[in-house]
Each structure stands twice: as structure tokens, then as C-alpha cells.
Design a binder for this molecule. Sequence first.
Ligand SMILES: Nc1ncnc2c1ncn2[C@@H]1O[C@H](COP(=O)(O)OP(=O)(O)OP(=O)(O)O)[C@@H](O)[C@H]1O
Ligand SMILES: [Mg+2]
Length: 294
Amino acid sequence: MTVDPWNFEYSGHLFRSKWFIRKPLPYDYCGLPTLLVMISARQVFRKMRGGSQSWLMQCDDNHFYVVKASNNPQGRRTLVNDYLGSKLLRLIEVNTAECTPIVIPEQLIGEQGLHSLYGEKAGCLDTGPHFGSRVPVNPERQAIFDFLPHRLLPRITNLSDFFATFIFDQWASNIDPRQAVFYRARGSVDFVATMIDNGRIFCGHRWCLKDLPIREDFWDEAYRVGASQQTLDRTIHLISCITEDTIATILREIPALWLAGDMEELLRLVDSLFQRRRSLRALVEQHVARWIDT
Ligand SMILES: Nc1ncnc2c1ncn2[C@@H]1O[C@H](COP(=O)(O)OP(=O)(O)OP(=O)(O)O)[C@@H](O)[C@H]1O
Ligand SMILES: [Mg+2]
């Protein structure tokens, strides 16, 4: 489906912001609004658990996605956090769900009666674009789990990703416990972990950054086993290598609907995120010493 996710108010914001003035745009941004080909939902499978009331859907690229509506009860900033969080995790080479805007055809919304509940009230889904987090396997054919018992942790092939994600979560002030899903690699008895749900990084909808108290976390054991000085150094290095240009490109991909009136605030937040890199090592070292020393 071809939609126009941009509007001129949005391009105006971006164009005035310092990042877009400092560097020439990588493509013709000032002409007509760009038309993007978006992935479209084809079939709704089921409602998922969680505060944003998402759905499992199969889309026209044949992949399955967990889709959070643009008018979900947790608000639009959840989608921006989810999108940006997933892209940042990829940049630091953590295995995380691929994410993309998704269009749900009006006919499907009508047929399935898709709606979000706001307390007692039900609201019909707006036309989107919505947020899609790609399921790493076909969940109709292959088991995928939200948790694994601790005794199976040594069977996770990318355990160090948990430790790298811990560093990311400290940097980005994730106020939710970390979530991941697990599936068996093809033909193997071992598991792969894929990080999901960045909806409450940046202190959730507050969009601020602060040092969070360390809580008891189900994944403490995974952090301990996956921790190493090498992963610590590498993750901090990869975070320090993220450039303004890269972030600007990601911000431009975010649908205008999710950002209505929020662009200035988002740019201010991203600025603080960049500055927070300077204190990141000191911030995490105090917490990770207990895992790296053991
Ligand atoms: N990419 C994915 N692959 C497989 N399952 C996923 C994926 N993304 C989300 N899920 C499943 O959907 C559920 C809801 O997703 P998510 O946690 O992102 O939503 P939420 O509504 O923000 O939840 P919360 O209550 O934690 O705020 C997850 O618990 C997980 O089971
Ligand atoms: Mg969640």
C-alpha cells in the first residue's frame, strides 16, 4: 500500500532543526512529500497481552508482526520510543526485533472490529500508520517464548546481548523490566534471544533521562553470565560511534502521525541522549562491577 506519511508541518520542523541545517539532506527533502511503500496488514491472528493492546498480524510481506495502534492507550510516544529504541539497539549490534510502520486497511479494521479500550470506553483504530515489531519466526509453525527457565540460560547463543542491552537500558532510562522473546535456531537445541518492547525507554511518555535505581530483575542471572569487560567496552564504543546523521535518518523515518507536535521535544531528548554518553561508562561501571568481577 502506498501512503503519504509525511506532511509539510513535519518537514518544516525538521528543516529548521539544527541537525538538518548543519548537514545537507541525503535526498531531495524539500520537494514534494516522499511516497513510501508501507507494509500492510493482511490477517489478524490474536490480541497480545500488555498495556498497549497490540495484535499479532500477518502482513503482505508474509512476515508476522506484533502491531501497536497509533491511537493505543499508552499514547503515541510509546511508538516513537519503540521505533527509536529498536533502531539504536541494532546500531549497537544487539539482536532485536525489526520494526516498521504498518498500515491496517480500513476493511480489516471494520471486519475484525479492531478497537482499543481506554478504561471503559472503546475507540476504533485510526487509519495509521501503526507500529509493527516483526516476529522473528512464523509463530504458527514454531514455538516462541516470553521467558526461559534460568537453567536454560546457558543454551542461549547470544547471552552477551543481554548485557549489552542492560547498558543500553541504563543509557536510555528504560523504566520497564527488559523484555525478550526466545526461539530455537533452525535445527538446533539452542535458543536465540530477540530483544523487544522499548516502549518505556526515555522514562516512558515523560521523555527525560535519569539514572535509575537498580532493581531485582528476572534477567540478573543472564546479565551475570553474559557480562564481560570486552562487551562493556565494545558496547560503549558502539554507542559513542552513533552519529547525528544516523539519528537524523532514523528520525525522518518516523511517521508524522506519531510525532504530531512533538518534534522539538524529541530533538531535545535526542540531544540529551547524545550528551549522556559522556557519563555512561561511570554510570554503568558502578552496577556491572559485581558481574564482571565474579
Ligand atoms: N517482535 C516480537 N516477536 C514476538 N513476540 C512479540 C514481539 N513483540 C511483542 N511480542 C509479544 O507481544 C507482547 C506485547 O508486546 P509488548 O510487550 O511490546 O507490548 P506492551 O503492550 O508494551 O506491553 P507492556 O504491558 O509491557 O507495556 C509481548 O509480551 C510478547 O509476548
Ligand atoms: Mg511489554
